[in-house]
Design a protein around this ligand. Sequence first.
Ligand SMILES: *Cc1c(COP(=O)(O)O)cnc(C)c1O
Length: 407
Amino acid sequence: MDAKYFLGEPRLLISPDALRTNLRTLRRHLAPTVRVCAVLKANAYGHGAKVIAQVLLQIETESPFDRVDAFAVATFEEADELRELEKPVMILRPVENAFLGRQRELIEHAILNGWILTLRSASAADDIARIAMHLQKRASVQIMVDTGMRRCGVAYDEFAHVLERTLHHPTLRLDGLGTHFANSELSGNPFTLEQLRFFNRLLDGYPILESVPKHAANSGAIFFTPRAHFDLVRPGLSLYGIDPTGHPSVDRPLAPVATLAAPIIAVHDVEVGESVGYGQTFVATEPTRIGIVALGYADGYPRAASNRGVVRVLGHSCGVVGRVSMDMTAINLTRCPDAGIGDEAIFIDSDPHSPASIYALTRVTDQIAYEILTGLGSRIKRVICPTSPSEQTLRDDDPPKPVFMPR
Ligand SMILES: *Cc1c(COP(=O)(O)O)cnc(C)c1O
């Protein structure tokens, strides 16, 4: 089954070439010994975790330099999706409440699979150690330290205690020590440097941590704070080809990996004075050709793009008309008269300079790329598209060369 199989449905086309470009750009910023942990949480930022993991492994087979060394996810269930892929997996959301609900079962499963569990308290260390002891296994854990984010890392004055408990248990193996920046996407940001100083001071205070892998850098810090690379980096957004600053940069070739396309399912003309869609927010001031596309806010196309978003059809820019509704969106085809039922509208264009790029969409809806991408819904088919999906190749009569269909 292939990408073409899903023509006629909303599709997220994933470009392996773009992913490889981004990996290379990331690697070029790193010393050769630094390991790369691909962040695949939230369904790989909406791209489809299994698909992205699969493409990453394929890239690695073709060119070992472009490898990733580990995967990071937020939850147990996300880790489970990547179970068969034979890479270390770290679960970023810290373990707490180990004996509530089915948590114990999930932790057992994680220990048996060798996933790295994140700790933020001495009690979590004790709980995990106890569960591991029952399994007669060693649990792999990492400690995330709070250096200023004030979210859920271990605070400085608790660190000694958490570390002591972690090292005390023979059933725990400390496999990482990390922190996370609040302002990484700002070049030369003083708070980032302060967080980094804090982290380094902590490391200096505990020579025992010398052999434990250290990590701090997400996409922003990979580009802007080289001293934060340590042993391993955790790129998310940049891997998917989006610049952490929110604007494409000539300094860092990143290629957006995803193209969001959906088919036109109806075309009709409206006359002057007729309205389109809920709330009658669009009223035609000239004869207007309307296309109805099978994608709505339930699929994650933001309702805030109502009357303001731009989509691409057969190489033309077409405005969103009226309100985006749950399952459908109306677009203006007046200046694209050749378009018909079955043609695809590109809602997110992989060209970073397109009026329908993810960057342009974030400006229209006042969101960030993270938010839009992670909101892409489960009705959208994630498909690998080996050739770069220029708009022409998306037509039914000239489909992209497909490989396989995940899920
Ligand atoms: C999400 C996340 C990342 C990835 O961040 P990007 O800005 O997308 O590169 C890295 N580290 C942690 C702890 C995260 O939660």
